[in-house]
Design a binder for this molecule. Structure first.
Ligand code: GSH
Length: 219
């Protein structure tokens, strides 16, 4: 199997695409990327054909066959390239990991987005909700280094790409993640020293510029 057998339809600022890139890097899988240059204006034919239902990135084309939805793609990567494992061997612990991956999927990006899209009281409510989500995640982390224990794993991969967006949430919500959720902040720093993460995630300042542009578009 060559590099050309694994193609990621990508968009530089998408945390969902970054999940796939970190998972592939953790597994040591060589792959190619194709950037959706104009995701907000017009999508490539390949994207529309590969993900006709949602028309979103990421799409992983494995030997030409499309796999969609980032968490689903990360599970595919885990099954197709089992070594090194990203999920625990115990089925109970695996089900807990899937639960938290799903919780992160439903909450962080959604709650964070409400902060920069809103104004006044709505922003305050959104901020409270976002901080509540981080506190729940701190509960799941407990005293562990990573969500799965000693090793960086699947839940970390699902969550960490969300964090370069935090600077924008802090700016528009007027709060500091480090003050509200110090344990979560320490976990971010721990993940950021990992090469697969550091080389994949964008500069938060660039994400902030992107969010400022989105705010203008949303009026
Ligand atoms: N639930 C999806 C996943 O986990 O893959 C979310 C993917 C997503 O929202 N992708 C965005 C996208 O393609 C980029 S960050 N947006 C284009 C659109 O909504 O038309």
């Amino acid at each position: 199997m060559g590099k050309e057998d694994v193609l990621l339809l990508d968009f530089w600022v998408s945390p969902f695409c970054q999940r796939v890139k970190i998972a592939l890097a953790e597994k040591g899988v060589a792959y190619e990327t194709q950037e959706e240059k104009n995701l907000l204006g017009g999508k490539s034919d390949l994207l529309l054909k590969s993900n006709p239902i949602y028309q979103k990135v990421p799409v992983l084309l494995f030997k030409g066959k499309p796999i969609v939805e980032s968490t689903n793609i990360v599970y595919f990567i885990e099954e197709n390239w089992p070594s090194p494992p990203l999920l625990p061997s115990c089925s109970y612990e695996r089900s807990r990991a899937r639960f938290w991956a799903d919780f992160i999927d439903k909450r962080i990006f959604e709650d964070g987005g409400k902060i920069w899209r809103s104004k006044g009281d709505e922003t305050e409510d959104a901020k409270k909700e976002f901080i509540d989500t981080l506190k729940k995640l701190e509960g799941a982390l407990g005293e562990k280094d990573y969500f799965g224990g000693e090793n960086f794993g699947l839940v970390d991969i699902i969550a960490i790409p969300m964090t370069p967006w935090f600077l924008a949430y802090e700016k528009y919500g007027n709060f500091k993640v480090e003050e509200e959720a110090p344990k979560f902040s320490a976990w971010i720093k721990r993940c950021m020293v990992r090469e697969t993460v550091a080389k994949t995630l964008p500069n938060p300042e660039k994400v902030l510029d992107f969010v400022a542009m989105l705010r203008k578009m949303h009026g």
